[in-house]
Design a protein around this ligand. Structure first.
Ligand SMILES: [Ca+2]
Ligand SMILES: [Ca+2]
Ligand SMILES: [Ca+2]
Length: 237
């Protein structure tokens, strides 16, 4: 009630307070979670969304990735290798994704183990197990990793849809490896999803983190004016 009254006052003051400031918008979606149909014990799929081994350029877009595999990359399988696994990304909420930045497998055998081709699906549902999927791109081709840790090699893959879930249905790895355990293998170093509307740097006054300091924030601020939680209450004033 009190907040509603302050919001009304704030809106009434709009002509006086009609100035705003905009913080930087656009960036990679944080907190993405991921699952896959299989993973090699020391190279679980979490390592393609946790920033492991990735060093972004100063512009925060492309970057390098280590050539270390254990604890830094995902390898499909096991026990036998798998060169057509599925990978499910959950963005936590619906985002408009302009593109996916993709760093292919980058170990010493990068040119053989990486993803060669995958179908990309998306969904606005929240559970990969029951989601209704829409095919976005059939047979997306991926560039091999470089097998070095000094050259940025992110591949910008167009997405341009609003989605919560993204699925990579990998058709095949770059080459069928004769790795211990048998058949083909494939893997990925890192993946990021770019939302051009994401508020990555809200300013201190942007209470609702909308990337815009406006009357909504002002109303929240004044509604808490002189609210004090100290104990004893007399210590407040
Ligand atoms: Ca990684
Ligand atoms: Ca296909
Ligand atoms: Ca705001």
């Amino acid at each position: 009630m009190v907040k509603d009254r302050w919001r009304w006052i704030a809106v009434s003051l709009a002509p006086v307070l009609a100035f705003t400031s905009v913080a930087l918008a656009g960036g990679y979606v944080p907190g993405v979670t991921v699952t896959a149909t299989g993973e090699y014990a020391s190279r679980p799929v979490i390592h393609i969304v946790d920033g492991s081994g990735l060093t972004l350029n100063l512009d925060g877009v492309d970057g390098t990735h280590t050539v270390l595999e254990d604890g830094k990359m995902w390898l499909g399988g096991p026990p036998a290798g798998d060169d057509n696994p599925e990978v499910y990304f959950d963005l936590g909420q619906i985002h408009y994704i302009e593109y996916m930045m993709f760093w292919n497998y980058n170990g010493p055998a990068a040119a053989g183990i990486g993803v060669q081709e995958a179908d990309i699906y998306y969904s606005t549902d929240s559970d990969p197990g029951t989601a209704t999927w829409t095919l976005l791109t059939d047979d997306q081709v991926f560039s091999p990793g470089l097998g070095d840790d000094v050259t940025p090699f992110g591949q910008m893959v167009p997405i341009a849809v609003s989605a919560r879930l993204i699925k990579l249905d990998i058709d095949k790895g770059l080459i069928d490896q004769t790795f211990p355990g048998g058949t083909g293998w494939t893997g990925i170093s890192e993946v990021r999803f770019y939302d051009p509307n994401l508020c990555v740097n809200p300013s201190v006054g942007d209470i609702d983190k909308s990337c815009l300091v406006d009357l909504v924030d002002f109303a929240e601020f004044v509604a808490d004016w002189l609210v004090c939680g100290m104990d004893p209450p007399e210590a407040c004033f």
